[in-house]
Design a protein around this ligand. Structure first.
Ligand code: NI
Ligand code: MN
Length: 225
């Protein structure tokens, strides 16, 4: 599969047989994304929580490409209330889709739609696709149960926020890498706004100091996993 990083927490996975999965596609109002919503399409959209910088342009993209949304129950109901297809899940539950397996995890954060609708608990998500496992933590502070997530799922790629203020900062994110023990960590949720400025190279050095590997992706870069 391929993984493309748009910036912030927005990623696109393309499976070996060409299915496209977007995660938290915040593009048009995202000053760091080189790609805008008109340029992407999706078969599936996975949302970690209801905040505007994560729902992003989901509905615009869905209006064109009719994807299936995958998210926790209350957020899925909100998506469905907008007329889109949604698969309701919840934290701790996994489901096998035609592209792979999706399991939701806890995240310590908030969740509400831009219009003020209740969208349930925030989440992280573990995706197992084409033999690789990717853990997108969502927006979260550091939590000890990350150890359990790493123990129960052999994580190949961890996508972890480093921007501080709303989520883990660099030092807590390094601790999170120690807990989850992924093959490779990719930093996210930084530099989008002045309040979440962070140096991904500093994060990379600190991750290397604990004997782990970090990969800093360029905005818009796509890699083969
Ligand atoms: Ni958030
Ligand atoms: Mn956020």
């Amino acid at each position: 599969m391929k993984l493309r990083y748009f910036s912030h927490s927005a990623f696109q996975i393309t499976t070996n047989d060409g299915k496209k999965i977007l995660i938290d596609p915040f593009l048009d109002d995202n000053p760091t994304s080189p790609v805008k919503s008109a340029d992407v399409d999706a078969d599936y959209i996975v949302l970690t929580h209801g905040h505007g910088d994560h729902i992003g342009d989901s509905f615009k993209i869905a209006g064109r490409t009719d994807p299936l949304f995958i998210c926790v129950n209350e957020l899925a109901d909100y998506v469905a209330s907008k007329g889109f297809k949604a698969h309701n899940m919840h934290i701790g539950g996994a489901h096998q889709f035609d592209f792979g397996k999706v399991k939701f995890t806890i995240a310590h954060h908030g969740s509400i739609s831009p219009e003020g609708n209740y969208t349930g608990e925030p989440s992280g998500v573990v995706l197992t696709i084409d033999g690789k496992t990717v853990y997108h933590t969502g927006d979260t502070g550091l939590f000890l149960d990350m150890k359990l997530i790493g123990e129960l799922n052999k994580i190949d790629y961890m996508l972890a926020p480093i921007g501080d203020n709303f989520t883990m900062g660099i030092d807590d994110a390094v601790k999170a890498v120690e807990f989850v023990n992924p093959e490779i960590v990719i930093p996210m949720h930084y530099d989008t706004f002045p309040v979440i400025k962070a140096d991904p190279q500093e994060f990379k050095h600190k991750v290397e100091k604990i004997g782990k590997k970090a990969l800093v992706l360029e905005y818009g870069q796509e890699i083969e996993l």
